[in-house]
Ligand binder design. Structure first.
Ligand code: FRU
Length: 485
């Protein structure tokens, strides 16, 4: 361990300890009960998601010292059941020349009882006339191995910018690794010098020596940069996910500043051929980015996203005031059905239910759960017009094939998001202290948002009457997060 690592360990511990004391004294305002957050400071992408010897691991991009962002390291949570979590501290510090400006995003690959973690070591050069696109930035691919999921061996730099194709900018990052037959593959996001977003495919026989093999891009360019790509199969369909930057809004598509979604694809990695289907967004809400998936030991394909987005024009100052920012989405199980990915809340979430409430929609006016942490399911038999008020000033409505999420003051600059939903069959809402996730029509459409209610008025109110069906509400117990290291 070098002197910098030693000091960083101490500083992170002190910062987290101070935050704990502050929250004990002043209360933990806006802190989630169903979503993972940074113990202190800033969180962004989920990283290294996996299940290793039965234990679930969720690492995350973490800047504990500053809720407005700073140098990135990997924080670490583990769980036995995806409900209760234990904070394990910071596992990867920016302490080497090849990652000194950030241990950027990456993934975990499990084989032979070992966890192989691949990430991007970010370096920003100083003292030069750099634009940090074509010059001044290093994106190094790094490997670090753990035998127990708790401690990591030495970092090994595997690739540098010279190992990537020469027509790319310096922006290459976010390795995700998997195996097919006897070959290991790695996908990374990239920006070309022509400003086209692409994914790069690398190949290896030993997980250590990697060679660039091919690159993939959509038929027409979709943005100038793809971040956090992922490639996997569900229910026999290959899927490539990525986060394109630089895509203009088109009707109700691409309403956020950066996008996050998937292409159904057909990749023949051996023969370097591929074809892309239509890009579809994962989530039509305000706060979603940098999703990553993993297959758990039961074979489920589980997705977790960053419940935030870079460079948004709405704010999260409500939590910055309390020295933290951002959270991860709840884990979602993916299913491929009728040409679409469906996203389902995990069945484990049912264990948190208490104090059930049920009613016919025709008779439903109000439900007042004891806490803002609740699950509400509407099964719709017939609807012409539906409008539901949640919490203080959030309204969801459906009419004429359009679903609308409207935020009042508590949206902190978030206003409206729209999703085309031709027929409405069901809506499931998970409401947390400062977040709402809405699943429509068996998870075909999802909307996620942060929300900062002042008074946390616990009330769900059905405003429109032109609807038939039933409603089921459950108060939810919170998951436990243990901060032991
Ligand atoms: C996505 C991203 C990644 C990068 C990481 C840095 O949000 O920009 O591309 O690795 O965040 O924190």
């Amino acid at each position: 361990m070098n002197a910098l690592t030693r000091d960083l360990i101490k500083l992170v511990d002190m910062t987290e300890e101070m935050m704990k004391e502050k929250e004990q004294k002043e209360g933990a305002v806006h802190r989630e009960k169903l979503h993972l957050m940074p113990p202190a400071g800033w969180l962004n992408d989920p990283n290294g998601l996996c299940q290793f010897n039965g234990i679930y691991h969720a690492f995350f991009q973490y800047s504990p010292f500053n809720a407005e962002g700073g140098v990135k390291m990997w924080g670490h949570y583990t769980s036995k059941d995806l409900i209760d979590w234990e904070y394990q501290g910071v596992k990867l510090y920016p302490d080497q020349p090849f990652d000194c400006h950030g241990v950027y995003s990456g993934s975990a690959f499990i084989e032979d009882d070992k966890m192989y973690v691949y990430y991007t070591g970010n370096v920003k050069l100083e003292d030069g006339d750099f634009d940090y696109i074509n010059t001044g930035r290093e994106s190094n691919t790094v490997l670090v191995v753990s035998e127990d999921g708790k401690t990591f061996g030495p970092k090994k730099e595997l690739m540098r910018n010279v190992d990537y194709p020469s027509d790319l900018t310096c922006h290459v990052r976010d390795p995700k690794v998997w195996k097919e037959g006897d070959t290991y593959y790695m996908i990374q996001g990239a920006r070309t010098k022509e400003d086209v977003g692409q994914a790069l495919i690398f190949e290896s026989k030993d997980k250590i020596n990697w060679k660039f093999r091919s690159r993939v891009e959509s038929e027409k360019p979709l943005g100038y940069m793809w971040e956090c790509p992922d490639l996997f199969e569900i229910d026999g369909q290959q899927i490539m996910t990525c986060c394109p930057q630089g895509v203009d809004q088109k009707g109700y598509d691409y309403q956020n500043v950066y996008q996050c979604g998937y292409f159904p694809v057909e990749f023949d990695l051996k023969n370097k051929s591929y074809s892309f289907g239509k890009f579809q967004e994962f989530d039509k809400g305000f706060d979603i980015y940098a999703t990553q998936t993993f297959a758990d030991e039961a074979g489920r394909r589980i997705l977790i996203g960053w419940m935030g987005i870079p460079d948004a024009d709405y704010d999260n100052d409500a939590t910055v005031a309390y020295d933290w920012i951002h959270a991860l989405t709840m884990p979602r199980e993916l299913e491929w059905k009728d040409g679409k990915i469906l996203q389902h809340p995990l069945k484990e979430m049912k264990d948190l239910r208490k104090n059930a409430f049920t009613c016919e929609l025709e008779a439903f006016t109000k439900w007042a759960p004891a806490d803002c942490c609740f699950e509400l399911r509407l099964d719709v038999e017939e609807a012409k017009n539906l409008e539901l008020k949640l919490r203080e000033d959030v309204t969801i409505s459906w009419k004429d094939g359009l679903f609308t999420l409207s935020m009042g003051e508590s949206g902190r600059g978030r206003k409206q998001r729209f999703a085309k939903v031709e027929e409405l069959s069901d809506i499931t809402i998970f409401s947390d202290t400062s977040a709402i996730e809405i699943f429509i029509n068996n998870g075909e459409t999802v909307l996620t948002t942060r929300v900062y209610s002042e008074h946390l008025e616990q009330k769900v109110e059905l405003v429109s009457r032109e609807v038939k069906g039933s409603v089921h509400g459950y108060e939810l117990g919170s998951f436990e997060v243990e901060y032991k290291k």
